[in-house]
Design a binder for this molecule. Structure first.
Ligand code: TYD
Length: 214
Protein backbone atom coordinates (compact mmCIF):
# COMPACT_ATOMS: atom_id res chain seq x y z
CA UNK A 1 0.00 0.00 0.00
CA UNK A 2 1.09 3.53 -0.54
CA UNK A 3 1.36 5.94 2.35
CA UNK A 4 0.41 8.79 0.01
CA UNK A 5 -2.98 10.47 -0.44
CA UNK A 6 -3.56 9.50 -4.11
CA UNK A 7 -4.65 6.17 -5.50
CA UNK A 8 -2.22 3.97 -7.42
CA UNK A 9 -3.71 1.33 -9.75
CA UNK A 10 -1.76 -0.85 -12.18
CA UNK A 11 -2.88 -2.97 -15.14
CA UNK A 12 -1.20 -6.25 -15.96
CA UNK A 13 -1.75 -9.02 -18.48
CA UNK A 14 -0.21 -11.10 -21.23
CA UNK A 15 0.07 -9.74 -24.77
CA UNK A 16 -3.25 -8.73 -26.33
CA UNK A 17 -5.23 -8.80 -23.09
CA UNK A 18 -6.83 -5.39 -23.74
CA UNK A 19 -5.15 -3.61 -20.81
CA UNK A 20 -4.62 -0.38 -22.66
CA UNK A 21 -8.26 -0.18 -23.77
CA UNK A 22 -9.47 -0.78 -20.22
CA UNK A 23 -7.02 1.72 -18.80
CA UNK A 24 -8.33 4.40 -21.18
CA UNK A 25 -11.95 3.61 -20.27
CA UNK A 26 -11.21 3.72 -16.55
CA UNK A 27 -9.35 7.02 -16.94
CA UNK A 28 -12.29 8.50 -18.86
CA UNK A 29 -14.88 7.38 -16.30
CA UNK A 30 -12.88 8.63 -13.33
CA UNK A 31 -12.19 11.95 -15.05
CA UNK A 32 -15.92 12.32 -15.75
CA UNK A 33 -16.50 11.84 -12.03
CA UNK A 34 -14.26 14.80 -11.31
CA UNK A 35 -11.10 12.99 -10.26
CA UNK A 36 -7.64 14.07 -11.38
CA UNK A 37 -6.22 11.12 -13.29
CA UNK A 38 -2.71 10.48 -14.59
CA UNK A 39 -2.55 7.67 -17.15
CA UNK A 40 0.86 6.32 -18.00
CA UNK A 41 2.68 3.19 -19.10
CA UNK A 42 5.81 1.11 -18.69
CA UNK A 43 8.33 0.96 -20.10
CA UNK A 44 8.04 4.63 -21.00
CA UNK A 45 6.03 7.48 -19.58
CA UNK A 46 9.06 9.79 -19.33
CA UNK A 47 11.71 11.06 -21.75
CA UNK A 48 14.34 8.77 -20.21
CA UNK A 49 11.85 5.91 -20.05
CA UNK A 50 10.93 6.28 -23.71
CA UNK A 51 14.59 6.18 -24.72
CA UNK A 52 14.99 2.98 -22.69
CA UNK A 53 11.77 1.64 -24.24
CA UNK A 54 13.21 1.95 -27.74
CA UNK A 55 16.29 0.00 -26.67
CA UNK A 56 14.19 -2.71 -25.04
CA UNK A 57 11.54 -3.29 -27.66
CA UNK A 58 13.54 -2.97 -30.89
CA UNK A 59 13.24 -6.37 -32.63
CA UNK A 60 16.80 -5.84 -33.96
CA UNK A 61 18.26 -6.09 -30.43
CA UNK A 62 18.37 -9.87 -30.37
CA UNK A 63 21.63 -9.93 -28.34
CA UNK A 64 20.16 -8.16 -25.29
CA UNK A 65 21.06 -10.31 -22.29
CA UNK A 66 18.28 -11.19 -19.84
CA UNK A 67 20.04 -9.44 -16.94
CA UNK A 68 20.66 -6.29 -18.99
CA UNK A 69 17.00 -6.43 -20.03
CA UNK A 70 15.88 -6.62 -16.40
CA UNK A 71 18.03 -3.67 -15.37
CA UNK A 72 16.76 -1.55 -18.25
CA UNK A 73 13.14 -2.24 -17.28
CA UNK A 74 14.00 -1.36 -13.67
CA UNK A 75 15.81 1.83 -14.71
CA UNK A 76 12.78 3.00 -16.69
CA UNK A 77 10.64 2.15 -13.64
CA UNK A 78 12.80 4.14 -11.21
CA UNK A 79 12.51 7.16 -13.50
CA UNK A 80 8.72 7.01 -13.87
CA UNK A 81 8.24 6.48 -10.13
CA UNK A 82 10.37 9.52 -9.26
CA UNK A 83 9.29 11.79 -12.09
CA UNK A 84 5.60 10.96 -12.53
CA UNK A 85 4.00 8.52 -10.09
CA UNK A 86 5.16 9.74 -6.67
CA UNK A 87 4.55 13.44 -7.40
CA UNK A 88 1.03 12.68 -8.72
CA UNK A 89 0.16 10.55 -5.70
CA UNK A 90 1.53 13.20 -3.37
CA UNK A 91 -0.82 15.68 -5.08
CA UNK A 92 -3.75 13.34 -4.33
CA UNK A 93 -4.24 12.18 -7.93
CA UNK A 94 -5.27 8.80 -9.27
CA UNK A 95 -2.40 7.15 -11.15
CA UNK A 96 -3.19 4.42 -13.68
CA UNK A 97 -0.13 2.61 -14.97
CA UNK A 98 -0.12 0.15 -17.89
CA UNK A 99 2.34 -2.46 -16.49
CA UNK A 100 4.54 -2.05 -13.41
CA UNK A 101 6.84 -4.14 -11.20
CA UNK A 102 4.72 -7.30 -11.55
CA UNK A 103 5.52 -7.36 -15.29
CA UNK A 104 9.19 -7.94 -14.43
CA UNK A 105 8.30 -10.81 -12.12
CA UNK A 106 6.05 -12.36 -14.79
CA UNK A 107 8.23 -11.79 -17.89
CA UNK A 108 11.83 -11.80 -16.62
CA UNK A 109 11.11 -14.08 -13.65
CA UNK A 110 8.57 -16.70 -14.72
CA UNK A 111 9.21 -16.15 -18.45
CA UNK A 112 13.02 -16.04 -18.56
CA UNK A 113 13.62 -18.00 -15.36
CA UNK A 114 15.53 -15.33 -13.46
CA UNK A 115 15.51 -15.61 -9.66
CA UNK A 116 12.33 -14.11 -8.27
CA UNK A 117 13.99 -13.04 -5.01
CA UNK A 118 16.62 -10.99 -6.89
CA UNK A 119 13.94 -9.45 -9.10
CA UNK A 120 11.87 -8.59 -6.05
CA UNK A 121 14.86 -6.84 -4.43
CA UNK A 122 15.65 -4.92 -7.60
CA UNK A 123 11.99 -3.97 -7.91
CA UNK A 124 11.92 -2.67 -4.34
CA UNK A 125 15.02 -0.62 -5.10
CA UNK A 126 13.57 0.78 -8.34
CA UNK A 127 10.22 1.70 -6.83
CA UNK A 128 11.44 2.65 -3.36
CA UNK A 129 8.85 0.16 -2.13
CA UNK A 130 5.88 1.85 -3.83
CA UNK A 131 3.19 -0.83 -4.28
CA UNK A 132 -0.15 -0.31 -6.04
CA UNK A 133 -3.35 -0.29 -4.00
CA UNK A 134 -4.91 -2.39 -6.77
CA UNK A 135 -3.54 -4.44 -9.67
CA UNK A 136 -6.05 -5.30 -12.37
CA UNK A 137 -5.02 -8.47 -14.16
CA UNK A 138 -6.69 -9.17 -17.50
CA UNK A 139 -6.35 -12.88 -18.10
CA UNK A 140 -6.41 -14.23 -21.64
CA UNK A 141 -5.49 -17.44 -23.38
CA UNK A 142 -1.98 -16.86 -24.74
CA UNK A 143 -2.78 -17.86 -28.34
CA UNK A 144 -5.91 -15.71 -28.41
CA UNK A 145 -3.97 -12.73 -27.02
CA UNK A 146 -1.10 -13.01 -29.50
CA UNK A 147 -3.62 -13.40 -32.30
CA UNK A 148 -5.36 -10.18 -31.24
CA UNK A 149 -2.03 -8.36 -31.15
CA UNK A 150 -0.95 -9.67 -34.55
CA UNK A 151 -4.22 -8.48 -36.04
CA UNK A 152 -3.46 -4.97 -34.71
CA UNK A 153 -0.99 -2.38 -35.97
CA UNK A 154 2.31 -3.83 -37.24
CA UNK A 155 4.36 -1.31 -35.25
CA UNK A 156 2.81 -2.76 -32.07
CA UNK A 157 4.67 -6.01 -32.68
CA UNK A 158 7.83 -5.89 -30.55
CA UNK A 159 10.87 -7.92 -29.47
CA UNK A 160 9.07 -9.45 -26.46
CA UNK A 161 6.28 -10.84 -28.60
CA UNK A 162 8.79 -12.67 -30.79
CA UNK A 163 9.46 -15.08 -27.92
CA UNK A 164 8.17 -18.64 -28.21
CA UNK A 165 4.65 -19.55 -27.20
CA UNK A 166 5.99 -21.50 -24.20
CA UNK A 167 7.55 -18.26 -22.89
CA UNK A 168 4.18 -16.50 -23.00
CA UNK A 169 2.51 -19.46 -21.33
CA UNK A 170 5.01 -19.25 -18.44
CA UNK A 171 4.30 -15.51 -18.21
CA UNK A 172 0.57 -16.16 -17.89
CA UNK A 173 0.99 -18.90 -15.26
CA UNK A 174 3.37 -16.59 -13.42
CA UNK A 175 0.77 -13.84 -13.32
CA UNK A 176 -1.84 -16.26 -11.99
CA UNK A 177 0.59 -17.40 -9.26
CA UNK A 178 1.36 -13.80 -8.27
CA UNK A 179 -2.36 -12.98 -8.12
CA UNK A 180 -3.12 -16.06 -6.05
CA UNK A 181 -0.37 -15.14 -3.58
CA UNK A 182 -1.78 -11.63 -2.91
CA UNK A 183 -5.53 -11.77 -3.61
CA UNK A 184 -6.27 -8.57 -1.67
CA UNK A 185 -4.24 -6.50 -4.16
CA UNK A 186 -5.13 -8.32 -7.39
CA UNK A 187 -8.41 -8.23 -9.31
CA UNK A 188 -8.37 -11.08 -11.84
CA UNK A 189 -10.71 -10.62 -14.80
CA UNK A 190 -11.48 -12.91 -17.72
CA UNK A 191 -10.43 -10.75 -20.66
CA UNK A 192 -12.43 -12.79 -23.18
CA UNK A 193 -15.56 -10.95 -22.01
CA UNK A 194 -17.01 -7.95 -23.85
CA UNK A 195 -15.19 -4.64 -23.25
CA UNK A 196 -18.15 -3.04 -21.43
CA UNK A 197 -18.57 -6.00 -19.07
CA UNK A 198 -14.90 -5.86 -18.12
CA UNK A 199 -15.08 -2.12 -17.54
CA UNK A 200 -18.10 -2.58 -15.27
CA UNK A 201 -16.23 -5.11 -13.12
CA UNK A 202 -13.25 -2.81 -12.87
CA UNK A 203 -15.45 0.16 -11.91
CA UNK A 204 -17.19 -1.80 -9.16
CA UNK A 205 -13.87 -2.54 -7.50
CA UNK A 206 -12.36 0.91 -8.05
CA UNK A 207 -15.49 2.63 -6.70
CA UNK A 208 -15.16 0.56 -3.51
CA UNK A 209 -11.53 1.59 -3.17
CA UNK A 210 -12.37 5.27 -3.61
CA UNK A 211 -15.20 5.02 -1.09
CA UNK A 212 -12.91 3.38 1.46
CA UNK A 213 -10.38 6.16 0.97
CA UNK A 214 -12.89 8.97 1.48
P1 TYD B 1 4.12 -2.87 -25.04
O1 TYD B 1 4.13 -2.57 -26.50
O2 TYD B 1 3.92 -1.74 -24.09
O3 TYD B 1 3.15 -4.06 -24.81
P2 TYD B 1 1.81 -4.22 -24.00
O4 TYD B 1 0.79 -3.47 -24.81
O5 TYD B 1 1.64 -5.69 -24.00
O6 TYD B 1 2.04 -3.65 -22.62
O7 TYD B 1 5.48 -3.62 -24.71
C1 TYD B 1 5.88 -3.89 -23.46
C2 TYD B 1 6.56 -5.24 -23.51
O8 TYD B 1 7.57 -5.32 -22.50
C3 TYD B 1 5.60 -6.38 -23.24
O9 TYD B 1 5.91 -7.47 -24.08
C4 TYD B 1 5.90 -6.77 -21.82
C5 TYD B 1 7.35 -6.43 -21.66
N1 TYD B 1 7.77 -6.10 -20.28
C6 TYD B 1 8.67 -6.93 -19.62
O10 TYD B 1 9.10 -7.95 -20.16
N2 TYD B 1 9.07 -6.59 -18.36
C7 TYD B 1 8.66 -5.45 -17.73
O11 TYD B 1 9.05 -5.16 -16.57
C8 TYD B 1 7.74 -4.59 -18.43
C9 TYD B 1 7.25 -3.32 -17.80
C10 TYD B 1 7.32 -4.95 -19.71
Amino acid sequence: MTDMPGLFITFEGPEGSGKSTQLRLLAATLTQRGLAVVATREPGGTRIGNAIRSLLLDPAHTELSPRAETLLFQAARAQIVDEVIRPALAAGEVVLCDRYADSTLAYQGYGHGQALTSLQQLGDYATGGLTPALTIYLDIDVCAGLERKRAGAAEEWNRMENHALAFHQRVRSGYLALAAAAPARWLVIDAAQPIAAIHAQIMTRVAQLIENQA
